[in-house]
Design a protein around this ligand. Structure first.
Ligand SMILES: O=C(O)CCC(=O)C(=O)O
Length: 279
């Protein structure tokens, strides 16, 4: 029996490649999450999206609590089943009146997973709407699961480091996934999506969290003899394709921070070799 989504919403996810909105956090909890993020940024003198790459949840209990939030996991379970791994989480942030954008892209190109079944939860921590540059998706663009041809267009304002840009997208077909603080959308890794600049007076902050069913394997970026790592967030793992991360028992957990740093270095190395990164 479904836990959060209706049958129609599950069907919509498979048909269109996304569905929204769902509430995870109350207004007050979304605000206190925002306060924590902003306190971290003030302390580090750096945006969270720059300091915490790929697995923002790894060194912080308060972010580990978000990737394991029961309402989020209920929604994910309704779509991809009861045995769930979370392999990544990244902030996407734009300040008030910020020209930064996310070009039209598919996540599949970066992820290297087989089968390509990542479901991304995009949790809105502020208002995400047309003015603030919410995520927009092209319905049905995930259907073939094929990678749509793209160019790498580098721009200092593109939040995608390598600038994957699918050209010729019919923007009139794009559907805005507008969200209030504490609400989330879900999207399939192959759906074409992107977002425009923030023209509003407030920041637009989202946390993008990536879930897979346990049978999915990573087929790219693996080091010989080393399993990729992910958090088992619900159910059991009968496949053993991933090494399970231990949740942090303290904030600024030193070992987890070191793991994040190692991943960052690997990522820089891959970029030097001209390989794609898991944006
Ligand atoms: O936050 C954005 O504007 C884009 C997010 C995105 O591309 C993603 O979560 O996959």
């Amino acid at each position: 029996m479904a836990k959060l989504l209706t049958n129609e919403q599950v069907e919509k996810y498979y048909r269109d490649g996304y569905v929204h909105p769902f509430r995870a956090l109350s207004d007050a909890d979304a605000q206190s999450l925002r306060n924590r993020i902003e306190a971290f940024e003030a302390e580090q003198a750096c945006e969270a999206q720059q300091a915490l790459v790929f697995k923002a949840h790894l060194p912080f209990r308060w972010l580990s609590d978000i990737i394991t939030h029961p309402r989020i996991l209920d929604a994910v379970e309704d779509v991809i089943g009861p045995n769930l791994l979370c392999w990544g989480s990244s902030f996407f942030q734009k300040n008030a009146h910020d020209p930064r954008f996310v070009s039209w892209h598919q996540d599949t190109y970066y992820y290297g997973l087989e089968p390509p079944e990542t479901l991304t939860v995009w949790l809105s921590i502020t208002h995400s709407n047309l003015e603030s540059g919410c995520v927009r998706g092209i319905p049905g663009s995930h259907e073939s699961r094929e990678i749509v041809p793209f160019d790498n267009v580098t721009s200092e304002n593109n939040l995608l480091a390598r600038g994957q840009t699918i050209v010729g997208v019919d923007e009139d077909a794009a559907v805005p996934m507008m969200l209030k603080p504490g609400e989330f959308s879900i999207h399939h890794e192959a759906v074409v999506h992107g977002s425009g600049p923030n023209r509003s007076d407030d920041r637009r902050i989202g946390l993008s969290i990536h879930y897979i069913p346990t049978h999915v394997q990573r087929v790219k970026y693996n080091r010989p003899g080393v399993k990729p790592r992910a958090a088992l967030v619900r159910g059991v793992d009968d496949y053993g394709n991933w090494e399970h991360e231990t949740p942090p028992d303290a904030d600024f957990h030193p070992e987890r921070l070191a793991e994040l740093e190692e991943m960052r270095r690997e990522f820089v190395g891959r970029n030097r070799e001209g390989l794609a990164e898991p944006d």
